[in-house]
Ligand binder design. Sequence first.
Ligand code: BDR
Ligand code: CA
Length: 311
Amino acid sequence: TRKIIIDTDPGQDDAVAILLALASPELEVLGLTAVAGNVPLALTELNARKIVELAGRPDIPVFAGCDRPLVRPLVTAEHVHGKSGLDGIELPAPTVPLQTQHAVDFIVDRLRREDSGTVTLVPIGPLTNIAQAFRQAPDIVERVQEIVLMGGAYFEVGNITPAAEFNIFVDPEAAAEVFAAGVPLVVMPLDATHEAVTSRDWVEGMRALPGRCGPAIASWTDFFERFDKEKYGSEGAPLHDPCTIAWLLRPDLFTGRHINVEIETTGKFTTGMTVADWWRVTDRPANANFIRHVNRDGLFRLLADRLARLP
Ligand code: BDR
Ligand code: CA
């Protein structure tokens, strides 16, 4: 099994990513670390606790991390995720407590405690907690096995500005530090995740599952779909964040290139852009496996198979 820490700002697609990880015996989820992003921290940590409770996994510790980006004011996305961040279904107040330790301290401690090279970080929100952990404890950087993150866009360009994807845009300084850290990096950008859109059949399959998780997933993706429908006129909800977990389970479902990716932090119109040297026109060293495509049928078969195991 592979040990992972999911750093998250749930988020309906974050929720599906977390459930996918919890349903997969190949992965050991050491904890969820919440960050401010789609909605403020008080809601993302609450949502994270609701999700582990829904999954019947109150043993998964949930930590609250940074409540704002390293240097900028927080930008949120209620227009996509709803007021709660997890609109679509009303879940009961969780009984799972919030851990008292700060998420950044948890990340640092855990990376120091586990054997070097055995913990993978899976950030599916802004990169504030990860950058803060690397600032606070530079010794942990070389202990990270890999970072598999959702963020960025290149050919598809932006969803929050014309040039930038939300997670990177919210905290570009944090992203720049993480991309420069020298840790093996897998980047799941919009280029890939906009191919990971639900079909009506898939959603109805979820709704028909006998447990409580399937119907919750269907309600979430229904809510999440509305934004793309209104905005782009497209059918289906893009399951951005679950692509990171799917990559850990089935990397063969994805194709990408190992290239240089830089984060724009001072652009006039392009702050938060992931400048991907896809055609290798510079001699800047490769620092990321930048994913471009996903096998949609394979992905949704994997998701259906795993999510059906949940209560
Ligand atoms: C990313 O932003 C959030 O709204 C989603 O949860 C995902 O992590 C997509 O741009
Ligand atoms: Ca997210």
